[in-house]
Design a protein around this ligand. Structure first.
Ligand SMILES: CC(=O)SCCNC(=O)CCNC(=O)[C@H](O)C(C)(C)COP(=O)(O)OP(=O)(O)OC[C@H]1O[C@@H](n2cnc3c(N)ncnc32)[C@H](O)[C@@H]1OP(=O)(O)O
Ligand SMILES: O=C(O)CCC(=O)C(=O)O
Length: 384
């Protein structure tokens, strides 16, 4: 598989999540973190919104982070002028290609769409900008028209085409066919931009890459319109471990970046959030814990340290003896097999009462309780 470039749109589509607003300093900090992580391009926002949005984009450009900074635009010359005023080196020029959007939203026709896109692209190229032509609602567009659109974009000088599954209604097999057809018939670079309405955003991005797309448009934590976009952390780690394609992203920083964006966006990271959730390397079940203690590869695809997390062995209702023995060794207590068995019984009972796994101090309490009962039994037997 050829190399793949990460285009992060946390600051544009991510901030379009209904109810989410980043402070200007947060936008700048997120851009710095993304640059440290090693993404190829940051879609920093929408210059034509003006005000704070424009100021934040300008600040990000001035930082000279060593990554490409893209401004998002409609296929409108004035929008692109605003992007140029911010100092971006790249522009996204977006326009809908589906008849649903053309007829009911834009209230125009296909020729108007082609002309607006070509004029805007030529204008941006004249200003030496890198251009991504974005086919909004590409996945619901007539394929012949989408091919024509892509050909005209390429002729006008576009550097790539963003294929948007705007309402997230594609599945990997069809997306593979769409992307292959565009590449075969047009020979243009493709960026995947997928939404998660059916939980398929990451799968669809991977399918597009499998078909030859070179750019993956993602957001941190999968933020974005409605159910969100393909998550940066999922796409990067899936490429590395499923497709064996290491993009050189500093994955050990992922947890920190995801936590920062979670706080800045006011969207809590679920404990079991893929890749970076606090509990995705927590093991409790006896068979799993036994396996992990013998060799972590038995139940982990990669090590927690690789994404900035730590492994946790929890003791609770589903634990087994080996985990209990290992846990007590951490407290420098060597349990006999009988003691481990006895403590396990007590752990199960207490976990059910509390409806959770147990803390260290509760395990020590159970141990002391067991020892005291044993001493009492011995004393009783000896009539003391
Ligand atoms: C799928 C996506 O994520 S697309 C990106 C969506 N992001 C946003 O909308 C966030 C930022 N948006 C904004 O700040 C504003 O909507 C602006 C500045 C872009 C435009 O603001 P306004 O001039 O107030 O227009 P408003 O938002 O009400 O309507 C959008 C207008 O743009 C037109 N339009 C929409 N998309 C495009 C496009 N790609 N190219 C050209 N025109 C477009 C619409 O037809 C409508 O035009 P009309 O006023 O002639 O009917
Ligand atoms: O990226 C674009 O230009 C299109 C807007 C978008 O986010 C989408 O269609 O999902």
């Amino acid at each position: 598989m050829s190399n793949v470039y990460i285009v992060d749109t946390t600051l544009r589509d991510g901030e379009q999540t209904a109810g989410v607003v980043f402070a200007n300093e947060e936008k700048v900090q997120i851009a710095k973190m993304l640059a440290d992580l090693g993404v190829y391009q940051i879609e920093a926002g929408i210059p034509t919104m003006g005000g704070d949005e424009k100021e934040a984009i300008k600040k990000i450009c001035k930082l000279d982070l060593g990554v490409s900074i893209m401004g998002w635009n409609r296929a409108v010359i004035k929008d692109i002028e605003e992007s140029i005023a911010c100092g971006v080196d790249a522009v996204a020029i977006s326009i809908s290609t589906s008849d649903i959007h053309i007829k009911h939203k834009l209230k125009k026709d296909r020729d108007w769409v082609l002309k607006s896109m070509v004029d805007a692209t030529k204008f941006a190229k004249k200003h030496n900008l890198y251009v991504s032509v974005n086919a909004e609602d590409a996945s619901r567009s007539n394929m012949d028209f989408l091919i024509k659109f892509a050909k005209e974009a390429k002729e006008a000088g576009a550097d790539r085409l963003r294929y948007c599954d705007t309402v997230g209604m594609m599945e990997p097999f069809s997306i593979y066919e769409h992307i292959r057809r565009i590449i075969d018939e047009v020979g243009i670079n493709i960026e995947m931009h997928t939404h998660n309405d059916f939980g398929l955003a990451t799968a669809n991005t991977l399918a597009g890459i499998r078909a030859g797309a070179k750019y993956a448009g993602v957001t941190v934590n999968g933020l974005g319109e409605r159910a969100g976009n393909a998550a940066l952390e999922e796409v990067v780690m899936a490429l590395k471990y499923i497709y064996k394609n290491d993009l050189g992203i500093k994955t050990h920083l992922l947890k920190e970046v995801c936590e920062y964006v979670s706080k800045a966006s006011g969207r809590v990271l679920p404990l079991s959030k893929t890749i970076v959730g606090h509990n995705v390397f927590a093991h409790e079940s006896g068979i799993h814990t036994d396996g992990v203690l013998k060799d972590s590869k038995t139940y982990e695809s990669f090590t927690p340290e690789e994404v900035g997390l730590q492994r946790q062995i929890l003791i609770g209702k589903h634990s087994g003896r080996n985990a209990i023995v290992a846990k007590f060794r951490e407290y420098e207590i060597d349990l006999t097999p009988e003691e481990a068995e006895e403590i396990l019984k007590r752990v199960r009972s207490l976990s059910v009462q509390l409806k959770r796994s147990l803390f260290d101090k509760e395990l020590i309490y159970l141990y002391n309780e067991m020892r005291e009962e044993k001493i009492k039994d011995v004393n009783l037997q000896n009539n003391i």
